[in-house]
Design a protein around this ligand. Sequence first.
Ligand SMILES: [Zn+2]
Length: 155
Amino acid sequence: MHETVTIRGNAEFINSTIKGLELLKEQAPDAYELVMKHIGDIVSGKPSGVFPDMLWLGPTFVIMGPSYSEGSPIEYAGALAHEAYHCELYRKAERNNPSSSVEPNAYSGEHAEGLCLQYQCDVLRRLGLDESEIKEYANGLHTRWWEVPFERRDW
Ligand SMILES: [Zn+2]
């Protein structure tokens, strides 16, 4: 059903990932398309994140931690949309300037995280998440999570 993406993890992880993908497919098909277009592997692990700088090799992989895969399916789906949007930003920058390599701030850092978060909130709204919870996400930008060192990320 999600033939272009490989899900790597235990049965529980695979099940919740399929559930998240189904939600996107049904209620936010544009986000589902982004995942299918950019992500080759969804891997169980920590910390969660995506590797857009590997997109020049083809579809990249995303790591998803238990805080998403063992949490609410809607929020897991929203997180997948967020990570896929990082990749979309990479591809956009590449299209806009094909002669040079993509600058990291095109797909990471404060501006990029703001755009990804905005997209994530838009998807969460379509998936039916409570407006108060969406607001919490939207306010999260000030925590500057992307500046937390890799080894201290617990999500
Ligand atoms: Zn992000």
